[in-house]
Design a protein around this ligand. Structure first.
Ligand SMILES: *Cc1c(COP(=O)(O)O)cnc(C)c1O
Length: 413
């Protein structure tokens, strides 16, 4: 597929431009938009997701399991599509658990993470036979109670909060004080209370962080995770089916960022796999990825309602904004707001360019789609397309805020 240079010189390997128009899923944007009830909408391309997963599999050593974290994009049709392409799902709520079960994965290949779980959620997980990533002493007790009531042995993996962290990460989830998992120092005591209840962990879960483009940092965290897990296996005679070493693989969003280089990560995983097998031959390594699998396969599309000039700044005011795409507005974990790659979908290579700021319809200065970008000169009715929008889009946005129409989602290709 040809490479596209956005106005920000931000490259993607996926989307295509022909005759000045964006194509996704093999369709011109105008055809796609004609299928939809209205703008704004999200579109995700099956082929791009499948290609991404196939490429990742090709690079990773054989035997590494690949799990999809539904949190990144829980659209049921997308989850169903991914199900046969991955080895398991990670869910973080009862509803996500149902979507994962509906997707057709075996319960033993579904794991349930989250620092807060109700007794009801834990009962449902135990009843379904999925793996509970237990994150506290309380969750262990709750799982034991649910198991006793249902007359089945709960499947439990222990989520650890090690002392190390995933450096240069968008979000860090281990190291120091954290609400996620249990501190490694508390593991001996937790294991003892599990064993008193007749429970054995079938896995360990270490999720160190998210959105990372630095292979060295990822390698360091993965190595530390395996060292710790192997130490625990030996010290406590654990019989683990798996070690989930998290993921955190990032995608490039902003100018100057480039795609994650998998070379050293894949090379190191071969060694880590061997190291694990020496200590525990039946233990498999699991990578748990969300954004990396789906993030680059989705776009968000809205329409220009108006052009407006205010004291020298040209604004494009659109019908879409932070209520559908909070992350793009910079209000989902960014410290300094940066622009996602955007284009004018029906004038992708327009001759006449101008600097614009693109805003949504909401009555708040936070509702920014792109600030001071050079784009082909757009007119009312034109499509503004935000790329890299397949993950943490609609489900991570406050759709009710200001009561504008909701966005729709479609899976194509
Ligand atoms: C958020 C999260 C993921 C997915 O993170 P990505 O950055 O989308 O890959 C996976 N596992 C756990 C436990 C998470 O909290």
């Amino acid at each position: 597929m040809p490479t596209v240079n956005s106005p920000l010189d931000h490259k993607t390997r996926w989307l295509d431009i022909r005759h000045n128009e964006l194509y996704i899923g093999g369709l011109p944007l105008s055809r796609l938009a004609a299928q939809m009830p209205q703008t704004p909408f999200y579109a995700y391309d099956r082929q791009l997701i499948a290609q991404r997963i196939a490429e990742l599999r090709r690079r990773l050593p054989v035997g590494i399991e690949l799990h999809y974290a539904l949190k990144a994009n829980p659209m049921p049709a997308l989850v169903d599509f991914i199900a046969p392409l991955v080895d398991g799902f990670d869910v973080a709520s009862h509803q996500e658990m149902l979507v994962a079960i509906n997707g057709g994965k075996a319960p033993s290949e579904i794991s349930f993470a989250g620092p807060g779980k109700t007794q009801r959620e834990i009962e449902a997980a135990v009843a379904a036979g999925i793996v509970l990533n237990a994150e506290s002493f309380t969750q262990i007790d709750q799982a034991a109670r649910a198991g006793a009531e249902l007359g089945i042995a709960p499947r439990i993996a222990v989520r650890l909060n090690p002392e190390f962290e995933l450096k240069s990460s968008g979000m860090r989830m281990t190291g120091g004080a954290k609400p996620f998992g249990i501190d490694t120092e508390q593991f001996p005591e937790l294991l003892e209370s599990m064993r008193e209840l007749g429970l054995e962990p079938e896995g360990l879960h270490l999720y160190t962080g998210s959105q990372n483009l630095n292979p060295t940092a990822i390698c360091e965290a993965q190595e530390a995770a395996i060292c710790l897990a192997c130490e625990f296996i030996q010290r406590f005679a654990l019989r683990l089916r798996f070690i989930n070493i998290g993921g955190g693989f990032g995608i490039p969003y902003f100018p100057g960022e480039s795609p994650l280089d998998l070379t050293t990560i894949a090379e190191q995983l071969v060694r880590l796999q061997r190291q694990t097998q020496q200590v525990s031959p039946k233990t498999t390594l699991v990578l748990e990825l969300g954004r990396y699998l789906v993030g680059e396969a989705g776009i968000y599309v809205c329409r220009v309602l108006e052009r407006k000039t205010s004291r020298g700044t040209v604004y494009l005011i659109t019908d879409g904004g932070l209520h559908h795409h909070l992350a793009n507005s910079g209000n989902f974990g960014q410290v300094l707001r940066k622009n996602y790659p955007v284009l004018i979908g029906n004038r992708a290579e327009g001759e006449e360019k101008e600097q614009v700021t693109i805003v949504g319809p909401l009555c708040t200065p936070l509702d920014i789609l792109a600030e001071k970008v050079m784009l082909p000169k757009a007119q009312p009715g034109d499509w503004v397309v935000v790329r890299q929008s397949g993950a943490y889009g609609l489900s991570a946005s406050p759709q009710q805020f200001l009561s504008h129409p909701q966005a729709t989602e479609v899976l194509i290709g």
